[in-house]
Design a protein around this ligand. Structure first.
Ligand code: FMN
Length: 185
């Protein structure tokens, strides 16, 4: 049996009943034969980013080190997030800011799903952030799902055929990027 790609998934919403968390779980089911998805649980444990805590002669906080280690160990990253007030949720942006100088996203196969009421501004903004930190993405690993709550049910079934096809394409493309990266070493 082929080894599965290890994917670290991050939900930009920390709500218990989060639609984005459900999209992550749905993606985990759809990709069960190729991905082993671990959901990062520590978003709200990360301190506010402060470059003073992250300079060479000081060590970063332990929770930050653990987060970076999880990112480094993953073959790929999956982010599912809502848009808040036309932007990226602060907790998610805070987590990403901790990786800017340590470069865990650099050349890392990454997929972004923005599942929100509308979401386009947050989606574009996060793509810009991920591009500047050199995450490995293609258009097929970037998916905006507007009116997202209506397209998935509580049993994690994707109710909208177009969205289901787009999610399957995103999974295949993330798999493709992860495989190519492994083969290039
Ligand atoms: C404080 C707050 C601000 C929001 N702002 C936006 C917004 O700017 N654009 C948008 O599309 N949805 C916005 N929403 C709605 C969320 O996108 C929607 O509730 C989404 O399902 C939340 O994701 P979750 O279920 O994973 O928590 C906002 C929700 C909250 C709680």
């Amino acid at each position: 049996m082929k080894e599965k790609n290890k994917i670290l998934a991050i939900s930009g919403s920390t709500r218990v009943q989060s639609t984005n968390l459900n999209y992550i779980r749905a993606i985990a089911q759809l990709s069960a034969d190729i991905f082993e998805i671990k959901i990062f649980q520590g978003l709200t444990d990360l301190p506010h980013f402060n470059p003073d805590l992250d300079i060479e002669f000081l060590t970063a906080p332990e929770v930050v080190k653990s987060f970076r280690q999880l990112l480094r160990e993953a073959d790929g990253i999956l982010i599912c997030t809502p848009e808040y007030a036309m932007g990226v949720p602060g907790t998610l942006k805070n987590a990403i800011d901790w990786t800017i100088s340590s470069c865990e996203f650099m050349h890392k196969p990454t997929a972004l799903v923005t599942a929100s009421s509308q979401g386009s501004k947050g989606h574009v903004s996060l793509i810009e952030t991920l591009n500047i930190i050199e995450a490995m993405m293609t258009p097929a690993t970037q998916l905006l799902i507007p009116v997202a709550k209506t397209k998935i049910n509580s049993e994690l079934k994707i109710l909208d055929e177009k969205t289901l096809n787009e999610l399957n394409s995103l999974i295949q493309e993330l798999h493709h990027l992860a495989l190519n990266k492994k083969e290039s070493f």
